[in-house]
Design a protein around this ligand. Structure first.
Ligand SMILES: [Zn+2]
Length: 342
């Protein structure tokens, strides 16, 4: 499978952070616009290298980059631009449908309300769609380590029929149980939003169970530490449940390699996929990981022996797990199936 073929294959991305996917040049321009002097360097190449902390093996260091992207995303204009450019970049990578997420509470440092930030992102996605056809929906994040997640859920619900399709808990996992945000999750769910929760990225299987039981998650962000509940061929209770109920896992291999400090071959992607878990492939943070969805496909092919049939299956999984209507789902499946039939 050559690179051109991988780029052209229609892709569906379910786990992608808006503030983790800025263009480096845009970070510098926006910093200049608002007089933000905190960037470690004003040179695009140096800054690109700074953001890319490949192999650091530390989630904390990886998260440092967000201080700067968030610092420059404090105006409607900046958020709209970042969202628009994300749409163009995903389109160029062969993505036909994406759900992009961010935590609007982090965009309120200079006077914006959560609702302003959400509205600006939706405008950017709509502009990208009108120019390219790429469909982008929004998932609103609350931060596990911050209070007032119910305000995030309320802001998300206000746009439930206008482009916000889901609610998520992001931020540090260990020590910040999902159950503390039970009420926010219930509010989102009761008002028609779907739930995906970051779990099993930095913490073990019990964190995945909490996301399902206490928050009612429809999908799990990452989920790879479910391997802690698998012994050889034997699935423990939480793994059995993920497997039996076919709960979609938003697997983001490159991000995990960087935050966990493991080699590509050691990632559980291939193992979970072959064991019949509902695996999807995603990028998480394109800037911090210097990665595209095409790169993730390539990693799956090179390091986990994925065939075109495997790529087709994970893309089909993503279409089925997307927080969208059945008509869009049918259309996406037609596009995907036609490309793989060629
Ligand atoms: Zn994530």
């Amino acid at each position: 499978m050559d690179r051109t073929r991988l780029i052209e294959l229609p892709k569906v991305e379910l786990h992608n952070h808006l503030d983790g996917g800025l263009r480096v040049d845009t970070v510098i321009e926006l910093a200049n616009d608002i007089g933000y002097v905190g960037l470690p360097t004003g040179d695009p190449n140096e800054l690109r290298g700074w953001f890319y902390r490949g192999g650091s093996g530390s989630l904390e260091r990886y998260l440092e980059g967000f201080e700067h992207t968030i610092a420059v995303m404090q105006t409607r204009r900046a958020i709209e631009r970042v969202a628009y450019e994300a749409g163009l970049d995903l389109y160029a990578d062969g993505v036909v449908y994406a759900e992009i997420r961010f935590a609007p509470v982090l965009n309120t440092h200079r006077g914006l309300r959560r609702e302003d930030a959400i509205e600006a992102a939706l405008l950017g996605f709509a502009r990208a769609r009108s120019e390219t056809g790429v469909i982008i929906n929004l998932i609103v994040d609350a931060m596990r380590n911050m209070p007032d997640s119910e305000l995030d859920a309320k802001a998300a619900v206000a746009f439930a029929d206008a482009g916000v399709v889901g609610f998520d808990l992001a931020g540090p996992e260990a020590g910040y149980p999902a159950g503390e945000h039970r009420r926010a999750c219930a509010h989102a769910r009761d008002h028609g939003l779907n739930l995906t929760i970051h779990a099993g990225e930095a913490d073990g299987p019990s964190s995945i169970a909490a996301a399902l039981d206490e928050c009612g998650a429809n999908r799990i962000g990452h989920g790879i530490r479910i391997t802690g509940d698998i012994d050889g061929e034997t699935l423990g209770p939480i793994a059995t449940r993920l497997h039996r109920e076919q709960i979609p896992l938003e697997v983001c291999p490159t991000s995990n390699l960087h935050t966990l400090g493991i080699a590509a071959d050691a990632h559980p992607l291939g193992r979970l996929h072959r064991a019949g878990f509902n695996v999807t492939l995603n990028t998480d943070n394109r800037l911090m990981s210097a990665v595209t969805l095409t790169d993730e496909f390539e990693l799956a092919v090179k390091h986990h022996q994925f065939t075109e049939a495997d790529l087709h299956r994970v893309t089909r999984n993503a279409v089925a797990a997307a927080f969208t209507d059945d008509r869009t789902r049918r259309r996406l499946n037609d596009v995907v199936d036609a490309a793989y039939a060629n």
